[in-house]
Design a protein around this ligand. Sequence first.
Ligand SMILES: Nc1ncnc2c1ncn2[C@@H]1O[C@H](COP(=O)(O)OP(=O)(O)OP(=O)(O)O)[C@@H](O)[C@H]1O
Ligand SMILES: [Mg+2]
Length: 271
Amino acid sequence: MSQVWTGLLGPQRTPVAVKILTSTSADGAEVRAFKQEIRLLRLTRHPRVVPVARVGEIPSTSKLVRHGLARAGAPWYAMPMAQGSLYHRTRTWSWSELATPVVQILEGLDHLHRRGVVHRDLKPSNMLVNHDGDVMLADFGLALRPQVRTRTLMPWAGTPVCMAPEQVEGRVGDFGPSTDLYGLGCTIWRLMTGGWPLKRTSQVGTRMAQLQAPLPDFEPAQDAPESLVPWLRRVLSKDPAGRFANVDRALEGLSRGGLLPRGESPPVRIS
Ligand SMILES: Nc1ncnc2c1ncn2[C@@H]1O[C@H](COP(=O)(O)OP(=O)(O)OP(=O)(O)O)[C@@H](O)[C@H]1O
Ligand SMILES: [Mg+2]
């Protein structure tokens, strides 16, 4: 298990967010998974991906160790402090507000996918908003390169409300750009309606619904263009082949539907 703490970095004492592997019983597999998260984040340097400012290991003299919150030697990484994540804004979004963040997320995803990385955990809390009001992808805890088999793969891992059917079934061979487009589709649905498309009362029920249940009607709380509905239904296809194959195709779909932002949008504020 990991936690995010605030910290101050370097002689300038720059405020940072520090993600630490806090579980005191962390075994080799957990440590390897956390180090893999750092490796993949560092592999994908892009304005739309949260940068790693520093990495290190908790010294045995740390307060966290004395208070039993982390093991001596536990790995951590520091990132610039963001305003928060899309999860922190409780109001629903109109499409005119959300179009720019969605395009920014797609830009970040395109960069990941071109490096063979699939994020696998797209959801509002993993989309940070920096102090310029731009969105960045974060939390590479489940990110993987499907072409590179690793021991820490966890094929069935994910957040049920945002999981594509191939994730629910752990079909690693089907993991790819369209897996992340599905997670983005669930996120957009949630941000615009206030509810998840296929949430059920239990996590198992939600996983089953992702596999089998048809999508309900899309009922946005605020303005949304009609052309958004077929685009969303396409990214939420059960069959990966029914979705857009990659980010370029998804952007073309937005463009055809007249859904791309018009002119410069104001910076995103979450509070
Ligand atoms: N750089 C940052 N600046 C500000 N807040 C951050 C930053 N990084 C993470 N956070 C906050 O910490 C939360 C958890 O971070 P992260 O998603 O990386 O950890 P996690 O342990 O994988 O969480 P979860 O299991 O909930 O996805 C984020 O949703 C966000 O609210
Ligand atoms: Mg997270």
